[in-house]
Design a protein. Structure first.
Length: 284
């Protein structure tokens, strides 16, 4: 029983990080109707940025969070302005191919420059574990989950209580009506893509405290994020948050009950069953 509770706790902790990642992806889809296949590779860049800031400048990943957020925000805006925006009026397939191409390019350039070797950050401020009634709570994972919650709710607050956030929600609900009301939809597209990238940057810094860092780390996280977004309902931020936790718990418990090699298969099986029963997702 104690081991089951342990796995449940671990699932919630990683699920909260999944939620943060998925919110960035679903925000881009909700506003732009574009699936960013490079989302996971942006995460990889964020993790490497934290790694090199620690290695070269001694900046702990916890303190690199704002640097990551700003850097990935600017990078996301650059990618949108000079690449994504060029195909926004084209067919949906063109948009998918472009983001897929960006993903392949980023991952392979990273492998060329940094080699495919696995890296990790040791002796961070968040190392160690807490033992609570026999349940071992990893300090880096716990702090990462708290950081994910704070960032996620910060996004909720921004969207609900600021003029720019309300404009983003207006474009998400009805692009044509928002355009008629004078909202600059092109600016909102750029801003939404940049915010989604910044959220990935924050998640990258949090994950860098305990997860292995390598050029293709974004592949697995990207697949899980797509599953979460579809499960929660495309464009639903609340749905992405709930689905992220659910996927984290199912993945961890599935690996514990059956076999770790099956944990992703179990997640995708759950997704298929859910969309068969409710095609629009949990909150779609």
């Amino acid at each position: 029983m104690e081991q089951l509770v342990q796995q449940l706790v671990n699932g919630v902790l990683i699920g909260l990080v999944y939620s943060l990642l998925a919110i960035g992806l679903t925000l881009v889809w909700g506003v732009m109707n574009v699936l960013n296949f490079a989302h996971g590779d942006f995460l990889m860049l964020g993790m490497f940025l934290s790694y090199w800031l620690y290695t070269l400048a001694g900046i702990d990943p916890l303190f690199s969070i704002p640097i990551n957020a700003v850097a990935l925000f600017l990078f996301g805006m650059f990618i949108y302005r000079f690449i994504i925006s060029k195909v926004m009026k084209g067919p949906g397939l063109a948009q998918l191919v472009v983001t897929f191409g960006i993903s392949i390019f980023i991952a392979n350039v990273a492998a060329l420059i940094w080699t495919p070797n696995f890296r990790s950050i040791e002796h961070t401020l968040l190392s160690g574990t807490w033992d609570i009634s026999g349940i071992k709570l990893s300090i880096p994972k716990f702090v990462s989950s708290i950081g994910s919650i704070l960032t996620s709710f910060g996004v909720f607050w921004f969207l609900k209580n600021t003029r720019t956030g309300k404009a983003i929600l207006a474009v998400e609900m009805d692009r044509e009506a928002a355009l008629i009301m004078g909202i600059n939809t092109e600016r909102i597209n750029s801003l939404s893509f940049a915010i989604g990238s910044a959220l990935v940057g924050v998640a990258g810094a949090l994950l860098a405290t305990y997860y292995y860092i390598y050029p293709f780390v974004g592949g697995t996280f990207g697949l899980v994020c797509f599953c979460i977004v579809a499960l929660g309902g495309f464009g639903s931020i609340e749905g992405a948050f709930i689905a992220g936790i659910l996927v984290g718990v199912v993945q961890t418990l599935g690996g514990y009950i059956f076999d770790p090699s099956y944990k992703l298969a179990i997640v995708f099986a759950m997704y298929l069953i859910t969309v068969w029963i409710r095609p629009q997702g949990l909150k779609g």
